[in-house]
Design a binder for this molecule. Sequence first.
Ligand code: SAM
Length: 255
Amino acid sequence: MIAHDGHADHVEQNRRYWDDEAAAWHEPLARDHWLQAEPSWGLWATPESEVSVLPDDIGGMRTIELGCGTAYVSAWLARAGAHPIGIDLSEKQLATARAMQAEFGIDFPLVLGKAEAVPYDDNTFDLAISEYGASLWCDPYQWIPEAARLLVPGGRLVFMRYSPLFALCVQPEGSASTTLSRPQFGLTRLDWGNHVQFILPHGEMLRLLRSSGFVVEDLIEVQAPRPTDRDYAEISADWAQQWPSEEIWKARLTG
Ligand SMILES: C[S@@+](CC[C@H](N)C(=O)[O-])C[C@H]1O[C@@H](n2cnc3c(N)ncnc32)[C@H](O)[C@@H]1O
């Protein structure tokens, strides 16, 4: 893996990657998520009751899920009374989302497109959300200003991604070690050969959100629970019980 801040086009590479990966995300992952009564977030399935990702007044909100994948987050939003729309780059991921919609009888628009340029007018949405979608796979200098454009004044942006500490410690073969693997200065883009991810350090993310018109309301660094039956190739439970492997940002558009 190479960490650099180059500007080569990542979109086509990530589209191919996700079209190839989609089958692995269909069964049983998508259905298990769609079946959930209460939302839970990220690698460690942190319950919504612990982190309050969703606004209290979600009923009636117009929401856009940026990089929706199998769209279970939008399904949870629909069940809570919101009017979701999901956008994703991968036709195959959206095919799974459509199959889940048919199976669960929950319908909302699914748009094939990139979160860096969403085909909706300014001031269309009350909430923009991304759980490891645009928040990880899109250039933050493109997708965060785009989210600001889409939101009404006072609209909310919430997103989850790997932590910068994980990005600093992840080794070229893909697992987090307990030593630093690369410099933080210059960290933006992780090029894995067949896909590209983006993890901006905290100071730069804060400045980007502010310059895009957001006030940051919270940054939750997620700890893996003890005990947990979960473990991942990229992050062990032991690692994530000691250091934050993932984080949730909550911001509000000023105005
Ligand atoms: C890990 S999934 C996250 C979505 C969902 N939370 C899930 O787990 O199914 C990442 C998704 O981001 C999508 N994606 C990657 N780059 C994108 C882009 N530029 N615009 C929109 N979606 C993108 C991928 O196609 C993939 O479906």
